[in-house]
Design a binder for this molecule. Structure first.
Ligand code: PLP
Length: 439
């Protein structure tokens, strides 16, 4: 096993390399989602051919302990037998009907029973769609136009939310995307996290025009930036006072941090919540939910249009239902918390010996290795220039150790129920070796 970062970076992956060259001819940048491209860490992306439990196998037949878990959906790990079986069974009955199916009712009932304060849910096919639709609904319900978001929070790639939108953009050093007309973001206000005064000031000026405040209650798209409870409580209070809706974007945190997501964990109930990732168990599912009074504004009952050809298809529903049932049946959330706590215990001594500042930020089964100098930040802060190079070297050293980290210093890591105590020890060991090579 190579312990030199140079050797690690140059370790050949001929089949991945070949696939990547073919991919770049027919797919822009060779990838279908930018952060997969390894631009922040250098080298060419690995192509994976299979996943099982906590492990991935690449096209060259090498195995990696996976800390990405498809960016969150795989809370049970790869190819969990119950999920695979549910999907296979559903497929044999037909993959989509373009008409209602029982699975939609079953998944919707589970969401409503799990999440505080909601009565109805509409199922869609991605987190982006869920957020887009929730925003449209909030505007329709309040009859107002302005949306408030926070710098560093990512809410999918809809035009009007693609401002100061977290890791994907931070990785590429851009505040916002090209191709988004100013007029499209004219109704979006961006505020810093962790700053009650900025929120109060905006509401004092524009309160009567604000339809909704949207936030990741545990921001996990610009590293991991756990917020003070008082800050989130102040959002609950100010929105209520001004007749605006509070939207928790729980696309990452929903069904991951607790059965009732971050809302349950924090004891703060939003007006609307959005889901994705875990709720589909690895199939494309998103959802947005709220009280009947608000949800009734959606077509066909109401005047707010929203639709989807593959929304609620039986295969995706089967995957989501099986995933939530395994989590609920085994009280997966307490196991995930215990795994996270164990990881923290293992990593603390390793990080204390790191040759540069590195802090563990953890909330349940989400964690981030923050490379900020003065401790972990609470709002979106740009990493110091040297950190990018250090992270790239660390990333490749970890790859050589057989550990797959997210390929950007701004991305959080994910644990699953498939990660065992010995996997975590392996991870800590690999981190110790890798950091030693960077000394
Ligand atoms: C991933 C994510 C989205 C977008 O979900 P997609 O399924 O990728 O469209 C939205 N909000 C948050 C908080 C996310 O992490």
């Amino acid at each position: 096993m190579s312990h030199s970062p140079e050797g690690a970076a140059r370790r050949p992956h001929p089949r991945s390399q070949q696939l990547y060259e073919r991919a770049t001819r027919v797919i822009p940048g060779g990838v279908n989602s930018p952060v997969r491209a390894f631009r922040a860490v250098g080298g060419t992306p690995l192509f994976f051919t299979s996943g099982r439990g906590a492990y991935l196998t690449d096209a060259d037949g090498r195995s990696y302990l996976d800390l990405v878990c498809s960016w969150g959906p795989l809370i049970l790990g790869h190819a969990h037998p119950a999920v695979v079986e549910a999907i296979a069974q559903a497929c044999r009955q037909g993959t989509t009907f373009g008409a209602p199916c029982p699975g939609e009712v079953e998944l919707a009932e589970r969401v409503v029973a799990s999440y505080p304060g909601i009565e109805q849910v509409r199922l869609v096919s991605s987190g982006t769609e869920a957020v887009m639709s929730a925003i449209r609904l909030a505007r329709a319900f309040t009859g107002r136009d302005l949306i408030v978001k926070f710098s560093g929070c990512y809410h999918g790639h809809a035009d009007h939310l693609l401002v100061a939108a977290g890791s994907g953009l931070a990785t590429f050093g851009r505040p916002s995307s090209a191709g988004v007309p100013e007029a499209f973001t004219a109704c979006t206000r961006v505020l810093p996290l962790d700053d009650e005064a900025a929120v109060e000031e905006l509401f004092a000026r524009d309160g009567g025009r604000i339809a909704a405040v949207i936030i990741e209650p545990v921001p996990a798209n610009h590293g991991l930036l756990p917020q003070r409870r008082e800050f989130l409580e102040s959002l609950r209070a100010v929105t209520r006072r001004h007749g605006a809706l509070l939207i928790f974007d729980e696309v990452i945190s929903g069904f991951r941090l607790a059965r009732g997501g971050a809302a349950e964990r924090l004891g703060i109930v939003p007006d609307l919540a959005t889901f994705g990732k875990v709720i589909g168990g690895g199939m494309p599912v998103g959802a947005f939910a709220g009280p009947r009074e608000v949800m009734a504004r959606l077509a066909p009952d109401g005047d707010t249009y929203q639709a989807g050809t593959l929304s609620g298809n039986p295969v995706a529903m089967a995957s989501g239902i099986a995933t939530l049932d395994v989590l609920t049946g085994g009280n997966g959330w307490s196991t995930l918390e215990a795994l996270g706590a164990q990881l923290e215990g293992l990593l603390q001594p390793v990080l204390r010996e790191a040759p540069f500042p590195m802090h563990l930020v953890r909330v349940g089964s989400l964690f981030w290795l923050s490379m900020h100098e003065g401790g972990a930040p609470r709002s979106a802060a740009t990493l110091p220039q040297e950190a990018a190079g250090r992270f790239a070297a660390l990333f490749h050293a970890m790859l050589a150790e057989g550990v797959y980290l997210p390929p950007s210093a701004y991305e959080a890591c994910f644990l699953s129920l498939a990660h065992t105590a010995s996997d975590l020890e392996r991870f800590a060991q690999a981190l110790r070796h890798s950091l030693a090579t960077l000394r």
